[in-house]
Design a protein around this ligand. Structure first.
Ligand code: ADP
Ligand code: MG
Length: 204
């Protein structure tokens, strides 16, 4: 697992995330069609492809500045409810991380970033949203789990949204009919976490 920023290739991470989001756009759309309005796959693909296109302009910038720029780009391009929330996540990471963070810095910054998403969404764990993946991932990182274990935690946490009744976002309009479907934002969050974890594990 990563300890210092000189071992982080942020461009490689962003490319891995854009690749997986684009490859799974139809799956994310199908999840959002079941209990939302069916735009989540396209929203996320548009946002992370915009981040990919921005990478040459971000080359050589300090990690915090790059993360803030990624968050801003996501707010501008993803749209929907999830755009401001993913934007908040990355902007807060950029705000909280020092230029040369160690693992403890990542744990602390991710804690602040997830809390910022919850504040922005007026939401909490257990309401069938992306937070149901973000909190377990933050805890797994804090608990010293490996990148591979964290990716597995994220996948299991996304799947665990299936029996929950949605209390936030469009899916909440369905009440009990939201039960039995995986939350689209939880699934996209798990895809992002796995892409980052696997890229870090390969030593990028
Ligand atoms: P929209 O719901 O506006 O169509 P998206 O489809 O892009 O936006 O994103 C939906 C996802 O956003 C949901 O699956 C859920 O994970 C997340 N979400 C929606 N509202 C909230 C909220 N208040 N707090 C946390 N996450 C939320
Ligand atoms: Mg939607």
């Amino acid at each position: 697992m990563v300890t210092t920023t000189d071992r982080i290739d942020i461009a490689a991470l962003a490319i891995a995330v854009a690749d997986t989001i684009s490859a799974h756009a139809e799956e994310l759309t199908a999840l959002d069609q079941a209990i939302g309005d069916g735009d989540h796959g396209l929203n996320m693909k548009r946002g992370f492809e915009a981040v990919r296109a921005e990478l040459p302009a971000l080359a050589g910038k300090p990690l915090p500045d790059t993360l803030k720029a990624v968050g801003t780009k996501l707010v501008m391009t993803v749209g929907g409810a999830s755009g401001p929330l993913f934007g908040t996540l990355f902007m807060t990471l950029g705000k909280e991380l020092p230029a040369d963070p160690d693992r403890a810095d990542f744990v602390a910054a991710l804690g602040k970033a997830v809390d910022a998403v919850a504040a922005r969404g007026k939401s909490q764990a257990g309401q069938k949203t992306m937070l149901d993946v973000l909190y377990p991932v933050q805890q797994a990182l804090a608990g010293g789990r490996s990148a591979r274990e964290i990716a597995d935690v994220a996948d299991a946490a996304a799947e665990a949204t299936r029996p929950i009744k949605a209390m936030r976002g469009r899916a909440s309009f369905l009440g009990d009919r939201s039960i039995g479907h995986v939350d689209a934002g939880a699934r996209s969050t798990a895809l992002i976490v796995r892409a980052i974890a696997e890229t870090l594990e390969r030593g990028a």
